[in-house]
Design a protein around this ligand. Structure first.
Ligand code: AMP
Length: 187
């Protein structure tokens, strides 16, 4: 872990933003040249930091403001399960194509090169169920937009969208308007 950095910003204040920053390692040129990969595994692996980050997400949303947490494969699963456990709600995995064993809704979206498809089980939500969507990193917003479309296709209502880190220069937040984004750290 690096030392806390006082000039970091995020939607839950500088303390949590600094915690996320301190638990992240920048990996240049992964998974391909030109991408600076934000590796949050150190944050997940540090019990005290992980708990504070999860508590920060839970604290941002009022009591009883969502019914279930949806996490995006794969790192979103880690955060979603912890938030669901902390709030006594359920967790729904939003999976990459071809992994779900029963009928599923699909959403295909553009990546920097090519495209990707995400899926959610058709019976993942009850009608009108309030869904908090979580992921580790918001970059261009394509993954988040596809996930929120899937939640709505499956009858859920978006209660919120939280990421640990937002890459502000990619303007993913703008793409998701009018839906709001809660990012613990904006870089
Ligand atoms: P995007 O659809 O462009 O917003 O990309 C977001 C998804 O890709 C998230 O599920 C992230 O886990 C992953 N991702 C995109 N860019 C990065 C990055 N620089 N570092 C780590 N993960 C990333």
């Amino acid at each position: 872990m690096t030392s806390e950095n006082s000039d970091v910003t995020g939607d839950s204040g500088p303390g949590l933003a600094a915690l996320v920053a301190s638990g992240t390692v920048d990996v240049p040129d992964f998974p391909k040249p030109g991408i600076l990969f934000k590796d949050l595994m150190p944050l997940f692996g540090d019990g005290a930091t992980f708990r504070k980050v999860v508590d920060g997400i839970v604290g941002h949303y009022g009591a009883d403001s969502f019914d279930v947490v949806a996490g995006v494969e794969a790192r979103g699963f880690v955060v979603a399960a912890a938030v669901a456990y902390a709030t006594g709600t359920g967790v729904v995995p939003v999976r990459k194509a071809g992994k779900l064993p029963r009928p599923a809704f699909s959403a295909t979206y553009a990546l920097e090169y090519g495209e990707a498809t995400l899926e959610v089980s058709e019976d993942a939500f009850t009608a009108g169920q309030r869904v908090l969507v979580v992921d580790d990193v918001l970059a261009t917003g394509g993954t988040a937009a596809a996930t929120m479309d899937l939640v709505e296709q499956a009858g859920g209502v978006i209660a919120g969208f939280t990421v640990l880190m937002e890459l502000g220069f990619l303007d993913g937040r703008k793409r998701l308007e009018p839906r709001g984004v809660h990012a613990l750290l904006t870089v």
